[in-house]
Ligand binder design. Structure first.
Ligand code: Q0Z
Length: 274
């Protein structure tokens, strides 16, 4: 039997089967900006993202079991339990950004949650909300109502993933806020091992969450991204039209972006990446 069989690709990650029960999730150093993967890599980005997921999986074990079996020596590869994934993305929003802000501006609601009038872009919500989405094979996930989500996974399972998702967000947003970082929103993917609900995929990484520096927070506008702002600013400064292929990044932008990832990792985990 070969050591690992490639079974899937994300924009910046690869998935391999190790055997019938185990997968290997590998985070690359690739970076996507405005949804396009750039030709230039950010050294250590993969190890930062896998290290962050591992940090959070270890610390949230009492809230919900997760798929992590271990991180390999390379620091970027995580061995996981193979799950039967649920067909919804579980999103929690504490602030009004991205598609949540778009939907609110158009309808005054997000995924069926009625919200107060007059909220501004990036504003903190009265309380965090669970806003499920479908998993798009290509393109962007589409927000769905709680009723649609309950139809896809069953009413009982829906209540469970909502309760667990809100508890996870509460735990991580408090941890982050104590370290000067706002967790605006985040996405979870759950699966089943038999009848047991298990948290899978990645957890509270900058690719699955919006992290904002608390010191620069100002509602009424889009917030600077903790990790990618350097790269985004550069890409806009050269007039790139945001279609494939993206531009090469100059070394100073690579180093600046790498520093932000390492800084975020150190702030959140209290340790430097080895
Ligand atoms: C995760 C994905 C990636 C492409 C499937 N523990 C699990 N059991 C079963 N399936 C998955 C997991 Cl994590 C699973 N994805 C997302 C990740 C490349 C797609 F690295 N798809």
């Amino acid at each position: 039997m070969p050591e690992a069989v490639h079974v899937g690709s994300g924009k910046v990650r690869e998935l391999y089967a190790l055997d019938d029960e185990r997968l290997l999730l590998v985070a690359s150093d690739r970076i996507s900006v405005f949804d396009v993967v750039l030709p230039t890599e950010i050294p250590d980005k993969g190890r930062v993202l896998t290290g962050l997921s591992a940090f959070w999986f270890e610390r949230t074990r009492e809230l919900v079991p997760n798929h992590m079996l271990g991180v390999r020596e390379d620091g970027r590869s995580m061995e996981c339990r193979r799950l039967e994934m649920l067909p919804i993305e579980c999103v929690v929003r504490g602030y009004l950004a991205g598609s949540g802000w778009k939907d609110y501006r158009a309808t005054g609601t997000v995924c069926g949650h009625a919200l107060p009038e007059g909220l501004r872009e990036s504003e903190r919500l009265p309380r965090p909300i669970f806003t499920p989405a479908t998993k798009a094979q290509e393109g962007h996930d589409e927000n769905i109502t709680r009723e649609q989500a309950a139809e896809l996974v069953g009413a009982e399972r829906f209540e469970e993933v909502e309760r667990v998702s809100l508890a996870l967000y509460e735990f991580a947003s408090r941890h982050a806020a104590e370290r000067g970082i706002l967790l605006a929103d985040t996405k979870f993917e759950f699966g089943l091992d038999g009848d047991e609900l298990v948290l899978g995929d990645e957890l509270f990484t900058p690719d699955s969450s919006r992290f904002w520096p608390a010191g620069e927070y100002e509602p009424g506008r889009a917030q600077a991204s903790f990790d990618k702002q350097y790269a985004r600013d550069y890409c806009e400064s050269i007039g790139w039209d945001k279609t494939y292929p993206g531009p090469e990044l100059p070394d100073e932008v690579v180093q600046g972006t790498r520093s932000r990832y390492l800084e975020g990792y150190a702030l959140l985990t209290g340790t430097e990446l080895e």
